[in-house]
Design a protein around this ligand. Structure first.
Ligand code: CTP
Ligand code: MG
Length: 252
């Protein structure tokens, strides 16, 4: 049974503030995007589409030139458009590789920024999709108490308006996984909504939810942390140099 993946790497990485796109930042000698691509290849994905910033397209193409299972495509102005572009190229990649792509083929959508995601998490998503679920996302329980604030400026002192029940909250990670039929329909509808109303989904599962589809949650991992700011890069780098730490977190 075939599996495909989209690895999103077309962001600029503003919050990280490096002098290059975030996916090209080296982490213990290898770029985030190389690590993320290898992560999905480890579980036996058949074909991968990487979204790259227009400005660095050639650099990405050169990086994956020797691997016929990886196709690099230009990303869009927002993540949702990057994924939409990638999904549009998927049938052509499947055809070129001679790998079947049908309505229930699992499609993983993974952020290059979550480049330390363990195989166990990725396999958990694939297994749930093969078991018949159509939209599956890995997540972790939220550990901090959560407050709702009154609307208004987001800097300075804010006023608390309420509290939510933390036990029902989950912090969502990637790879998010979907049957091909489910995600291609959801992204087509999401694209039209974005064009017509400017409303952007913050994750791919949100597009499925907007159509009334069911989304299920599998176990995430602290190692699937998203590299967003400098402190995340420091933590990720420490994890890679401390094998004992990495192993203890693999089991948590
Ligand atoms: N991404 C993408 N296309 C975009 C924006 C983001 O493919 N137009 C990708 C990023 O490369 C990243 C993932 O989506 O792997 C999650 O986005 P985020 O962590 O927000 O990365 P950036 O957008 O690059 O960072 P920032 O928001 O700080 O600029
Ligand atoms: Mg972003």
């Amino acid at each position: 049974m075939s599996v495909f993946a989209v690895v999103t790497a077309a962001g600029s990485g503003q919050r990280l503030g490096a002098d290059m796109p975030k996916a090209l930042v080296p982490l213990e000698g290898r770029t985030l995007v190389e690590r993320a691509v290898e992560g999905v290849q480890l579980v036996g994905v058949d074909g991968i589409i990487v979204t790259a910033p227009e400005s660095h397209l050639t650099q990405f193409e050169t990086m994956f030139a020797s691997d016929p299972t990886v196709l690099v495509v230009p990303g869009g102005s927002v993540r949702q458009l990057s994924v939409y572009n990638a999904l549009q190229q998927l049938p052509a990649l499947a055809k070129r590789l001679g790998t079947p792509l049908d309505n229930t083929t699992p499609i993983l959508i993974h952020d290059a920024a979550r480049c330390l995601t363990p195989s166990k998490v990725i396999n958990g998503v694939i297994d749930a999709l093969r078991g018949g679920l159509t939209a599956v996302i890995p997540a972790l329980p939220v550990t901090d108490t959560q407050k709702i604030v009154e609307e208004g400026p987001t800097s300075g002192i804010e006023k608390v308006a309420g509290q939510v029940d933390r036990s029902l909250l989950r912090a969502v990670q990637t790879p998010q996984g979907f049957h091909w039929h489910t995600i291609s329909n959801a992204h087509r509808a999401g694209f039209e909504r974005l064009q017509n109303t400017g409303v952007e989904a913050t994750d791919d599962a949100g597009l499925v939810e907007a159509l009334g589809g069911d989304v299920h949650i599998t176990s995430g991992s602290p190692l699937s942390m998203k590299i967003t700011t400098k402190i995340d890069l420091v933590v990720a780098s420490q994890l890679l140099t401390r094998k004992d730490l990495m192993e203890s977190l693999l089991d948590s």
